[in-house]
Design a protein around this ligand. Structure first.
Ligand SMILES: *Cc1c(COP(=O)(O)O)cnc(C)c1O
Length: 404
């Protein structure tokens, strides 16, 4: 790694390093600072990259506020860690997620902005959700009843969102019932509507129809004197495709986490995003295999001559895409090397006939450092999609840096 990339501050010794030893400590202890674990993969997060992506999205949508989607453990990158970064991002007004216990976990970790729960909740978490003032979604008659009962049992005012199904057919009050249920909700003065939202499908013409339905409903509710809170519709693709979808806030996930929802989007040039994370793992075994030797259960990869084969302690059970063995590259000591085998817990990389790489050296499997290993670059190499990190296991440790 070069010095300019050493700017990042290794959280645990930030004060010590910058105050007493200066930046050189990272030059000399490069190896130490670089390898967080000896035997497992980890994820590094960049605050600066997240803040950059927030600014870019703000530009795309002309300054509209952002409700950051942190579902699925912030797309595999660590919901608590990413929420802590976004707590300091002026463009982000709230976060949205789907699991009740994760909403509570963010609040318990000290996240200060409003949290919108877009999914259902269990009776066991209900009181904690109310206590933490998390906005609960009314997405059906049954969920309205459940939340009304919670008002009675807690005697508390509860923040709610009217979640309307304008055509996705997955979650939400069917749009034809939205006015009626909205009126019923408004009659309960212990329910405070802080959001009204829906989500759009991908085909533009139908998404436009959905926007129209949504606007008719919210207009009619407002005309009846019912406040609708923040109105929002747009995940990443819609916010790029349809300015009318921006409403009062946008609700991106993947753009924040550094990828466009599809490859080769024209906006990528005008509004470049930064990949805010690295997936890294140390080499735990290095052996020179001989002509005729094979690697992995399928014995698909055959050694033609002699090759150094490195083993990394990360595999598809950790969420690293098993298709990586069909063309992905990893960065090691400043060079890219091909992945030749992915098993549940191990990945093999070919280092060729001669190498200076050693056991303990750290591979970057995904990160901003080369176009081939960004999420989009990786997706292109394996002919996959841009949402690849969403499967990363929660158990992979995370570390946050000021910048990379
Ligand atoms: C996942 C999700 C989003 C964000 O989607 P991206 O494509 O990642 O931007 C927004 N809204 C809802 C309801 C979602 O489920």
């Amino acid at each position: 790694m070069k010095k300019n990339r050493r700017q990042f501050i290794y959280e645990s010794f930030a004060g010590l390093a910058t105050l007493t030893m200066g930046p050189y400590v990272f030059g000399r202890n490069h190896f130490l600072a670089d390898r967080l674990y000896d035997s497992k993969p980890w994820i590094e997060l960049s605050k600066a990259a997240y803040l950059h992506n927030v600014l870019q999205i703000n530009k795309i949508v002309g300054g509209k506020p952002i409700i950051a989607v942190l579902k699925n453990n912030a797309y595999g990158l660590g919901d608590v860690q990413v929420a802590k970064i976004l707590d300091n991002a002026p463009g982000v007004v709230a976060v949205a997620l789907v699991k009740d216990e994760r909403a509570i976990a963010l609040k318990t970790a000290g996240f200060s902005k409003p949290v919108l729960l877009m999914g259902d909740f269990d009776s066991a978490t209900a009181n904690a959700l109310v206590e933490q003032e998390i906005t609960l979604s009314i997405f059906s008659k049954a969920s309205f009843k459940k939340i009304s009962e919670l008002v009675e049992s807690t005697h508390k005012t509860i923040n709610v969102a009217l979640y309307i199904d304008t055509g996705l057919g997955r979650m939400g009050i069917p749009y034809k019932e939205a006015i009626h249920i909205g009126e019923e909700v408004a009659k309960n003065n212990k329910l405070r509507i802080t959001h009204t939202f829906s989500t759009l499908t991908s085909p533009k013409d139908f998404a436009e129809k959905q926007i129209q339905r949504f606007e008719e409903i919210t207009k009619e509710l407002n005309a009846k004197g019912i406040t609708t809170g923040i109105k929002h519709l747009a995940p990443s693709l819609s916010l790029l495709d349809l300015p009318k979808s921006h409403q009062e806030a946008v609700r991106p996930g993947i753009l924040l986490h550094g990828s466009f929802p599809m490859v080769n989007r024209p906006e990528a040039k005008q509004y470049p995003l930064q990949v805010p994370y690295r997936l890294k793992a140390p080499i735990i075994r290095l052996e020179k295999l001989k002509a005729g030797d094979t690697i992995g259960f399928s014995r698909f990869y055959k050694i033609k001559n002699e090759e150094w084969i490195a083993t990394l302690p990360v595999g598809w059970a950790d969420g690293y895409d098993s298709e990586a063995e069909n063309g992905a590259l990893v960065l090691l000591g400043g060079e890219l090397y091909p992945v030749v085998n992915v098993n549940a817990s191990h990945t093999n990389v070919s280092l060729g006939f001669k190498t200076k790489i050693k056991v303990g050296d750290v591979a970057t499997l995904i990160g901003p450092d080369r176009p081939e290993i960004t999420p989009e670059g990786f997706g292109k190499l394996i002919k996959g999609h841009n949402y690849l990190q969403i499967n990363y296991k929660e158990s992979i440790p995370k570390k946050t840096y000021e910048s990379f």
